[in-house]
Design a protein around this ligand. Structure first.
Ligand code: GTP
Ligand code: MG
Length: 197
């Protein structure tokens, strides 16, 4: 799919205030600092569209971006940032969970996982929560440029194996780098194929 336009629309804390209409939307979630906002910029080819930072906890709102005047990309706050106070963590969890469960237009959730780490409990718990609530999701491994091919592949296999212990069928898996553009075509084609269904 070709990206002809991508622009910021609105930020919210409440999913009920998100854009009206029934255009499909694709949301990006994952631990703080995993690379959600960077991936959105890479996919749209618009650097600075979504705000990024080397300090975790940059994105704190539900951010809608309109793509090709047809569908939305949604940048969500990260989960599991340990240094955040309990109250703010709970508040973010509420924003994220009510959006995911309440937003009818949310067509597919991309759960981002840092390819540099072995399976993390917080990611496994989040994906299991998605499964329990029948949330359609895919897994996107990020930052693949940061480590050698073998190490990245090992971590991906470890995730697959752990998921396989609870899941009969694995969700679609994408391998990406916002640095070198890896996985861009695959992700955009996947979104395109769902939009055309
Ligand atoms: P929060 O909004 O804080 O939850 O973070 P986020 O998941 O949106 O992460 P963000 O895109 O802001 O990126 C976090 C840091 O990781 C930034 O310093 C990015 O430059 C870096 N980063 C993101 N993706 C990649 C990647 O694919 N490769 C490399 N090398 N660095 C990346
Ligand atoms: Mg962000």
């Amino acid at each position: 799919m070709k990206i002809k336009s991508a622009e910021f629309v609105i930020s919210n804390t409440d999913f009920r205030k998100c854009p009206a209409g029934n255009r499909p939307e694709y949301a990006f979630i994952g631990r703080s600092n995993v690379g959600k906002s960077s991936l959105i910029n890479m996919l749209t080819g618009r650097n600075g569209l979504a705000k990024t930072s080397s300090t975790p906890g940059k994105t704190l709102l539900i951010n809608h971006f309109m793509v090709n005047n047809e569908w939305y990309i949604v940048d969500l706050p990260g989960y599991g940032y340990a240094r955040r106070g309990k109250e703010q963590r709970e508040q973010l969890r509420h924003i994220i969970q009510t959006y995911i469960l309440g937003r009818q237009q949310m067509t597919n959730l991309f759960v981002l996982v840092d390819s540099r780490h072995e399976p993390q409990a917080v990611d496994m718990e989040f994906m299991n929560w998605c499964g329990e609530h029948n949330v359609p999701f895919s897994i996107v491994f990020t930052k693949m440029d940061k480590l050698g091919r073998d190490a990245g592949q090992r971590n991906i296999e470890a995730y697959k194996q752990q998921l396989g212990e609870t899941w009969e069928e694995l969700p679609p898996i994408f391998i990406t780098s916002s640095q070198d553009g890896r996985g861009r075509d695959e992700l955009l084609d996947y979104i395109d194929s769902i939009n055309k269904q």
